[in-house]
Ligand binder design. Structure first.
Ligand SMILES: [Zn+2]
Length: 277
């Protein structure tokens, strides 16, 4: 039996009923928040702060939940930008609220008052801000996005296209399925090790592979993306990790692996408050 990752105290992170919030960025007028499943109006498998109506929950409940969460953060729900996520590596760049829901797996917002978001239930949400340029980004990094190097591509876009400096960039890695619970087979391992050979050191023996045939491994998505950020030159002290496994924390987080497709989705939101607000 593997040790489970449970809630860990961290002076930089504030835990409320509805969210964990990175306190250290508040002085920049920035928001970095990852939702918990409590305090919303959905019921059944979506109980209660669910952010997706794609799996059977009522659209009216999801809209109300988004309002509850945005009120909690002190922002307008209409300014939260969502994507039709595809497990790809398309980066959507926004300078205003899009008129329609765009497709992709990362959002870069170049203005204040825009709040990029990502919905997950085990995949890793990564939120990035540059307090100097007032640019924010949200990334959906499941295993496919990780293999496609989506985190690296977003950071390089920030640096090359928007002239962000590596030393200014602050990153938060949110709740995701942990090494404790994320067993994968060759479908994942083969493309992963082919693209990122060093990822092998962030795996462990699978519980269901006692003979160590190595056809299955447990995978640490958070550690791989963390290492990707370090390799790029992001300062270690500017990388914050929530350290919560979605599958282990049933009372706080939705998990696809644990609950199946008919369940809720968590949301991760970042951005800068408009000046003077
Ligand atoms: Zn776990």
């Amino acid at each position: 039996m593997t040790a489970k990752i449970l809630l860990q105290a961290n002076n930089n992170i504030k835990f409320t009923t509805e969210a964990c919030i990175l306190k250290t960025v508040e002085s920049y007028g920035a928001i970095i928040a990852f939702s918990f499943r409590n305090g919303g109006c959905s019921s059944g498998p979506y109980e209660s702060l669910n952010f997706s109506s794609a799996y059977g929950d009522k659209r009216t409940c999801v809209t109300r939940n988004l309002r509850i969460f945005s009120d909690h953060l002190g922002i307008e729900s209409s300014q939260i930008i969502t994507l039709n996520q595809e497990h790809g590596d398309t980066i959507v760049i926004v300078d205003q609220i899009p008129g329609t829901t765009l497709a992709g797996d990362a959002i870069i917002a170049v203005n204040s008052g825009l709040y990029p978001s990502i919905k997950t239930a085990d995949c890793l949400p990564i939120l990035i801000i540059d307090p100097v340029k007032k640019i924010s980004a949200a990334i959906h990094a499941g295993w496919r996005g990780t293999v496609l190097r989506i985190t690296r591509k977003v950071v390089l876009t920030l640096v090359n296209d928007f002239k962000c400096n590596y030393e200014s960039i602050i990153v938060a890695l949110g709740p995701a399925i942990g090494l404790c619970c994320y067993e994968v087979d060759q479908t994942v391992l083969k493309p992963l090790f082919s693209e990122i050979p060093w990822a092998e050191k962030f795996t462990a023996q699978a519980d269901t592979d006692p003979q160590q045939f190595l056809t299955k491994r447990r995978l640490d998505l958070v550690a791989i993306n963390h290492q990707e950020l370090i390799n790029l030159g992001i300062f270690p002290e500017n990388i914050h990790v929530v350290k919560m496994c979605t599958s282990c924390n049933r009372d706080k987080l939705f998990s696809y692996r644990r609950d199946g497709v008919i369940s809720g989705r968590n949301i991760a939101v970042t951005g800068f408050r408009p000046v003077g607000v």
